[in-house]
Design a protein around this ligand. Structure first.
Ligand SMILES: NC(=O)c1ccc[n+]([C@@H]2O[C@H](COP(=O)([O-])OP(=O)(O)OC[C@H]3O[C@@H](n4cnc5c(N)ncnc54)[C@H](O)[C@@H]3O)[C@@H](O)[C@H]2O)c1
Ligand SMILES: [Zn+2]
Length: 352
């Protein structure tokens, strides 16, 4: 199981971690932004300064086989062995591809994730899912291969823009919904124009613990880990739909919008309380705006949902729903008509 370190002193904590792991060579994977914006924050650690750097282009569109192969090549050319260590310093794109490179290089080397985006810290870097996109399908090739350590620090977030903060925050809202009422109420207090970073840091650490507890109970997603898929069945469809139409949206935004119809389904089928539905919808609409869809798009969205990895077969679309905050109901198969109705609700809610 991976250890998750909620760090208040980055350089000291990294030094300590590195001194407790046996390895021969150290490699650091960054993207073109995190090498300049984030690596300097670790400059007090000699081992990091002397490590081999591997740099790839940024963003999800570069989570490709070509870049995976580039990482393998850099490891090979610079003498990596089975006993080498890789540090992934970046957002979810870097921790996903770097984690998968670690899973596959010489049948698996140790790695550490240092997430530098809120989405990475609260979600992507934690829990052992690694992979790349392939043939237009997101995360099509991958492995469960947890990092040895995940070092989480909000120090990196000052250079993130508002949209990237909100993208990660959507996963925190999701964690609160599958956890407890107090957490959900606390998170709805966010003032995005005037972020209190100390408050965000505490909320982040609590949020990571929620995910950590769930993953510990069910690392391979046979049952309770499916709770983390709340908002993601329709959210992924929104995300792929936007990508197909050349208007990509951030993952967390798609999840936030996906939670609107999925909480509606929770209300309809499991009696999720109406006032909590309305409050969550209001929060999402006012912070995330909306993605424009019309009823002519429903069929395309439905087809995308049918191809989701989470389905047992392509005619049964699998949802995680809630009967209340923290009351999780997994493996709900929902028919086409009701899904369309939930999309109507989404459009009504955001004024389309
Ligand atoms: N493995 C999982 O469980 C899991 C879960 C959720 C998402 N993901 C994956 O995570 C990826 C999305 O993650 P993301 O939103 O972190 O995206 P990302 O890694 O693409 O980063 C977004 C952008 O922010 C930049 N950036 C990173 N850190 C920065 C910083 N501190 N300051 C300024 N800019 C910075 C990056 O260079 C990039 O341009 C997707 O590929 C998604 O599939 C994986
Ligand atoms: Zn997600």
């Amino acid at each position: 199981m991976q250890s998750i370190i909620k760090s208040n002193n980055l350089n000291d904590d990294i030094r300590q971690i590195l001194s407790n792991i046996k390895f021969d060579k150290l490699f650091i994977l960054t993207d073109e932004h995190t090498i300049n914006l984030c690596l300097p924050l670790l400059s007090q650690v000699d081992m990091i300064n002397n490590a081999n750097k591997i740099v790839i282009s940024s963003n999800d569109s570069n989570k490709t086989l070509e870049n995976l192969s580039h990482i393998w090549k850099q490891l090979t050319e610079n003498g990596a062995t089975r006993h080498s260590l890789l540090i992934n310093l970046g957002g979810g794109m870097i921790t996903d591809i770097g984690g998968f490179a670690s899973a596959t290089f010489k049948r698996g080397i140790k790695y550490i994730n240092i997430p530098t985006t809120l989405l990475g810290a609260v979600d992507a870097a934690v829990g052992g899912k690694t992979g790349i996109n392939f043939e237009g399908f997101k995360n099509e090739i991958g492995a469960f291969y947890p990092a040895k350590h995940v070092l989480i620090s909000s120090h990196f977030f000052s250079t993130l823009n508002k949209n990237d903060i909100l993208s990660g925050y959507a996963e925190m809202i999701k964690h609160s919904l599958i956890s407890n009422n107090e957490e959900w109420q606390e998170l709805l207090k966010l003032d995005i124009e005037n972020i209190d970073y100390e408050w965000l840091n505490d909320a982040l650490f609590r949020s990571v613990s929620i995910k950590e507890d769930i993953v510990k109970k069910d690392p391979f997603e046979h049952n309770i880990r499916k709770a983390l898929n709340l908002g993601h069945t329709i959210g992924h469809a929104f995300e792929s739909f936007a990508l197909d139409n050349n208007k990509p949206v951030l993952h967390g935004y798609a999840v936030a919008w996906g939670m609107i119809p999925e909480l509606y389904l929770s209300h309809k089928l499991c009696n999720f309380p109406k006032d909590k539905l309305q409050e969550t919808v209001r929060f999402i609409h006012s912070n995330y705006g909306y993605m424009s869809i019309s009823c002519d798009d429903y069929n395309q969205l439905y087809e995308i949902m049918r191809h989701d990895k989470k389905n047992a077969n392509s005619s049964a679309i699998n949802f995680t729903l809630l009967s209340d905050i923290g009351e999780i109901i997994i493996d709900q198969v929902i028919d086409e008509e009701l899904i369309y109705q939930s999309l109507d609700f989404y459009r009504d809610s955001v004024g389309l």
